[in-house]
Write a protein of this length. Structure first.
Length: 146
């Protein structure tokens, strides 16, 4: 099973001025994990195999599974906010959605404080990208996910 190691790397040929903060290494251990974890990894692999033509990125499923387990003290059991087509957005719905998003970003943050792999933290780059595509009258033609 693959395991993400963060901020590690003491060795004779490695030197770091910041104690390897932000460094990430994937290490394979065939005996790692419980049978349930191995089954979850196999399910994730099968799901990716089946949906790889619809989903453009890997989604970092293995990393997210590992980090959620390591940060299991964060409650992620908040149900998603679902609004009907004519239903008004109220303060409670926005607050619940925001709390859920912040908790998820906390759960997938590594122990040294960075967000590993493809996650750009709280997605700082998405709003300017969407705004600039519409401001330049490009719309969703340049975006992978319309």
């Amino acid at each position: 099973m693959w395991k993400l190691k963060v901020a590690e790397g003491q060795g004779p040929w490695l030197y770091s001025t910041n104690n390897f903060v932000g460094r990430q290494i994937w290490e394979f251990d065939p005996d790692a994990g419980t049978p349930e974890e191995r089954e979850a990894v196999e399910k994730a692999r099968d799901d990716y195999q089946k949906n790889r033509s619809q989903v453009h990125g890997c989604g970092d499923v293995l990393m997210r599974m590992q980090l959620k387990k390591e940060n299991s003290n964060i409650d992620l059991s908040i149900p998603p906010v679902r609004l009907g087509e004519k239903e008004q957005v109220d303060y409670e719905a926005v607050t619940t959605a925001l709390i859920k998003a912040v908790r998820l970003n906390c759960a997938i943050q590594s122990k040294d404080g960075h967000w590993p792999a493809e996650n750009s933290g709280p997605h700082f780059f998405t709003p300017p990208l969407v705004s600039s595509t519409f401001a330049n009258d490009i719309g969703t033609s340049v975006l992978w996910f319309p």
